[in-house]
Design a protein around this ligand. Structure first.
Ligand SMILES: NC(=O)c1ccc[n+]([C@@H]2O[C@H](COP(=O)([O-])OP(=O)(O)OC[C@H]3O[C@@H](n4cnc5c(N)ncnc54)[C@H](OP(=O)(O)O)[C@@H]3O)[C@@H](O)[C@H]2O)c1
Length: 263
């Protein structure tokens, strides 16, 4: 059986990936911690002969990716498309960031994502088919004050995907990284960001998902869901770095800055 595995499928962008791939007839493995949310989504998506598996897993645990890989192996599930969407943010001064949150974020956003690719890519390469969609962010193109570690983990994802793509040249395996701006999901509330005052327009998760899938099909490395996202990254590359860093800090959807600074 060939299947699409989506991490972070219980909510937001990952949930929309699941809906979109189900619409396209793919079998799915849905991964996140919230098993009830996954089961509910699986119930919504089952039908038409599709197989939908759910797997509750905490990607802040270094062993999480290995357990997911074993789950697929034991159940004879062949993963041809991996969507790494699980991730979270934290808004506040870096010097006040709780060390436990720091470790959790590096593990979920960066280390577990890297391990998921490491585990599932060899099968794709040996079949000379398949692909990886990694979910990064516009914040991955420069350091963003008050969400510094988050933006660093998102840079990691872009850099990793760039190098993967070079290594995959000459194969039919694709690697794409989607870099949205500000998307309407539970993300900002969970990060304590109250994004109401953001200068960035708000995108819809479906737009992000559809542009990512289109990007993968066209074998694009970087995918920007909106023209503004692409323009901001273009400007980021040509404007003086100090200006870019100041502007990024102002544009980040942080909400009440005084409150964020008091953390
Ligand atoms: N929303 C935006 O503006 C925006 C912009 C750019 C990039 N992104 C990126 O898009 C991705 C999805 O975010 P979203 O906006 O859809 O936010 P969301 O609605 O909060 O979804 C985050 C997903 O990640 C999962 N997750 C978090 N911690 C996890 C853990 N320890 N183990 C397993 N799964 C975990 C959550 O599932 P459980 O809580 O059930 O575990 C949930 O399914 C993230 O990587 C985020 O960085 C978001």
């Amino acid at each position: 059986m060939s299947c699409t595995l989506i991490t972070g499928a219980s909510s937001g962008i990952g949930k929309e990936f699941a809906r979109e791939f189900a619409r396209r007839g793919n079998d799915l493995v849905l991964v996140a911690r919230s098993i009830e949310a996954l089961r509910e989504l699986a119930g919504e998506l089952r039908g038409g002969g599709r197989e939908i598996h759910v797997r509750a897993e905490d990607l802040s645990e270094p062993e999480g990716p290995g357990r997911i890989y074993e789950f697929c192996r034991e159940n004879g599930i062949r993963i041809d498309l991996l969507v790494n969407c699980a991730g979270f943010g934290f808004a506040g001064r870096y010097d006040a960031m709780p060390p436990a949150v720091l470790q959790e974020m590096v593990q979920v956003n960066a280390a577990s994502l890297a391990m998921m690719v490491r585990l599932f890519l060899p099968g794709m390469i040996s079949r000379n088919a398949g692909g990886v969609i990694n979910v990064s962010s516009l914040s991955g193109f420069q350091g963003v004050a008050l969400i510094g570690l988050y933006s660093a983990t998102k840079s990691f994802i872009i850099t990793l995907t760039e190098s993967l793509r070079e290594e995959l040249a000459g194969t039919k395996v694709k690697a794409t990284v989607v870099c949205p701006g500000y998307v309407r999901t539970a993300f900002h509330e969970r990060a304590g960001q109250e994004p109401g005052q953001s200068l960035l327009p708000i995108s819809d998760a479906r737009l992000v998902v559809r542009s990512a899938i289109r990007g993968l099909q066209k074998n694009r490395l970087l995918v920007f869901p909106t023209a503004l996202d692409a323009l901001l990254v273009f400007l980021q590359r040509i404007l003086p770095r100090r200006f870019v860093l100041k502007t990024a800090a102002l544009m980040a959807p942080l909400g009440n800055r005084d409150e964020v600074l008091r953390r």
